[in-house]
Write a protein that binds this ligand. Structure first.
Ligand code: XMP
Length: 319
């Protein structure tokens, strides 16, 4: 029989053998995958690990501070935080095409990461939380479908450009396996069960051109969606739940006045492996509460829609 603890031990052994006495740097996003990679590396090589958190300005509300406090509560590893909001927003200025947005975010990420990594003189390896589905959807698996569905900036390209040797300990795993591994490694449940968040962050949920103002609107709406899902006790029963800011304005009425404001879509899906997904059958009462709160509390939004598309043919993210 297969034991998770044996599997974790063997991964730790593999990492130790591969790394030897050298230094590993690890990008931390606050998501499950990079946290599990960091935990695994920390167990394997401790002080030889340096983590880098790049705040690209595309994170959710209060996410940077949440990641830092969770991280410092659980590891004593070296953590460097890079505030790169301006750099990313500049790179995205005027761009509304989804693949081009992803491309620019990927390029800005490499640039930022490189600058920080160069300041870590003895860095040899780069660790990444690439999962099996990322490998497949980027067309990078030798035995997988060749078509690129989306440009995942966390797969391929990065290590070659930076000149590091790559460590991808989760490359053969699916999300649920990564979570079980995270629990085995002693990560807190709130972190292990956090819904996945894409590398390009809110940029793929803020449709069309990105501005700081739009991102702020989206952050407020998203926080309401997630908090209401949690309050209803449905966070663990859904796989990903979030808000999307649409590049659409519609007419509404507030008091006696006409409004002409933004629309927000709520997206909530259930899935085992994120390669196919179904929309969550959320209770009407919950949807009603989210809608009322978003329209009342988020300035600039006067309409809320619920996304009832499954994957395929839709994808989970909107871009
Ligand atoms: P889609 O939208 O392709 O998303 O159905 C499938 C899963 O992948 C996440 N996702 C990403 N994760 N970098 C990531 O690390 C990316 O560029 C990226 N794009 C999508 C998405 O949130 C979902 O969990």
């Amino acid at each position: 029989t297969w034991h998770l603890s044996d599997f974790a031990d063997s991964l730790i052994d593999q990492v130790r053998q591969q790394v030897g006495q050298r230094r590993v740097i690890c990008g931390l996003s606050g998501g499950v995958d990079s946290s599990v990679v960091a935990a695994l590396l920390y167990k394997a090589i401790g002080a030889q690990l340096t983590c880098i958190l790049i705040d690209n300005g595309l994170l959710r509300k209060d996410e940077q501070s949440a990641v830092i406090s969770e991280f410092t509560n659980h590891f004593k590893a070296d953590l460097r935080v890079v505030d790169a909001e301006d750099q990313f927003l500049d790179a995205l200025k005027g761009i509304d095409e989804p693949q081009e947005k992803r491309r620019r975010i990927g390029a800005a990420f490499i640039e930022c990461f490189q600058a920080e990594a160069e300041s870590i003189e003895d860095a040899h390896f780069l660790a990444q939380g690439t999962l099996y589905p990322d490998v497949i959807e980027s067309g990078a698996a030798a035995d997988g479908p060749a078509a690129t569905i989306k440009l995942h900036h966390n797969v391929g390209g990065l290590p070659e450009k930076l000149g590091f040797e790559l460590i991808e300990p989760l490359r053969d795993l699916f999300k649920d396996e990564v979570r079980r591994l995270g629990e085995e490694l002693g990560l807190p449940p709130a972190l292990v069960w956090r819904h996945p968040f894409p590398g390009p962050g809110l940029a793929v949920r803020c449709l069309g051109e990105i501005t700081r103002e739009k991102l702020d609107v989206l952050r407020e709406a998203d926080e309401i969606v997630v908090n209401e899902i949690k309050a209803a006790g449905l966070y663990r029963q859904t796989s990903q739940s979030f808000a999307v800011l649409l590049p659409v304005q519609s007419v509404g009425v507030m008091g006696d006045a006409r409004t002409y404001e933004n629309a927000v879509a709520i997206r909530s899906v259930n899935t085992d492996d994120f390669m196919t997904a179904d929309w969550s059958r959320l209770p009407y009462e919950l949807l009603a509460k989210m809608s009322t709160r978003i329209i009342n509390e988020v300035k600039g939004v006067n309409r809320v829609c619920y996304d009832i598309s499954s994957k395929p043919p839709a994808t989970i993210e909107w871009e």
